[in-house]
Write a protein that binds this ligand. Structure first.
Ligand code: ATP
Length: 309
């Protein structure tokens, strides 16, 4: 089931939380939603789930519009909100039964749906505990279980791995990837490595506007034009070499590489190369250049470049 967001705008008083954004997510696609705090991710997700009414624009989930068919959309969506609201006084199993009933799951299938979720989300040891007794990570798993229990076509997950330990993060990522093969998934995250590992496509939003849309590979290609080189210079004073590299006309930023006294990362100015200048500098100073290789643009760098105002 596709999600189509068209010219979506949402304002809070004078502030535009989301400013005329449009994008499509196809069935079988996991879309990673990235952006700094306050960029408009949650607002967009809430509009898709019919949780809030936008000022302008429309959202379709399948053939249903948020204006005319909100109830129908809700039936097809599993939503894990950012704050993961749960009924803390309920035991896990009772809560899942309650959600299953709310979602209108056939009575004869409720028990098996709950057991399926307990198994899928790793809740076996916790299922009889009251939710308030659970650790943050297990609460997050219960949040995921409630989002998945009715086997929705569309999953909207606002920071799904927040609060999980590294092992759990890997498990949940795998789970999302598996689910994403058949369903339409949008997830937001601040962890760039997570988005890269889990998502087929990345959408970066800043100040309510989309500033990048594509696969990690496509974003890297677009960001190219800024050469980054890892170099190793032997027989040089580290501070002097750092200063001299920084002063080259073509160089934008020089970074020291931790753990290796002779290694530097040199980022060139847009559309310029520093290879020749670095080589000449080393010859001139009598330093030995033993390595010079291109570094793949990191998603972090692309993100910073696009979202630093
Ligand atoms: P984060 O990564 O911090 O969760 P986000 O990208 O999800 O951020 P949103 O929660 O969508 O960002 O917020 C976008 C902007 O809209 C922010 O400036 C926020 O303060 C504002 N905003 C969100 N909800 C409300 C509200 N209910 N009332 C007023 N302003 C709001």
């Amino acid at each position: 089931m596709d999600i189509v967001v068209k010219n979506l705008t949402k304002t809070y008083g004078p502030q535009k939380a989301v400013d005329d954004i449009s994008f499509i997510v196809r069935t079988g696609e996991v879309l990673g939603f990235l952006g700094p705090n306050g960029a408009g991710k949650t607002t967009t997700m809430k509009a898709i789930t019919t949780y809030l009414i936008p000022n302008q624009g429309n959202v379709w989930v399948g053939d249903s519009s948020i204006y005319e068919d909100a109830e129908e959309i809700k039936r097809h969506i599993g939503y894990l909100p950012e704050s993961n609201p749960l009924y803390e006084d309920m035991p896990v199993i009772d809560y899942l039964r309650y959600v299953a009933e709310l979602q209108g799951i056939d009575k004869s299938k409720i028990k098996s749906s709950i057991l399926n979720m307990v198994d899928l989300c790793g809740l076996e040891g916790e299922k009889h505990k009251t939710i308030s007794e659970l650790s943050k990570g297990y609460k997050q798993r219960v949040g995921l279980a409630q989002a998945l229990i009715h086997d929705p076509d569309v999953l909207i997950l606002d920071e799904p791995t927040a609060g999980l330990d590294p092992n759990q993060i890997v498990e949940i990522r795998e789970l999302i990837k598996k689910i994403g093969k058949e369903k339409t998934v949008i997830l937001s995250s601040h962890i760039l490595a997570e988005v890269e590992a889990t998502c087929d496509r990345i959408l970066i939003i800043n100040d309510g506007k989309i500033v990048a849309d594509g696969t990690a590979e496509e974003l890297r290609k677009k960001a190219q034009g800024k050469e980054i080189l890892k170099i190793i210079i032997e027989d040089a004073d580290r501070n002097l070499a750092f200063d001299q590299l920084q002063q080259l006309d073509t160089v934008d930023v020089v970074d020291l590489i931790q753990g290796d006294d002779q290694a530097f990362e040199v980022q060139s100015k847009k559309d310029q190369s520093s290879k020749r200048a670095i080589f000449k500098l080393c010859v001139e100073k009598g330093w030995t250049l033993t390595e010079m290789c291109p570094v793949e643009t990191r998603l972090e760098d692309i993100f910073r470049e696009l979202t630093m105002n």
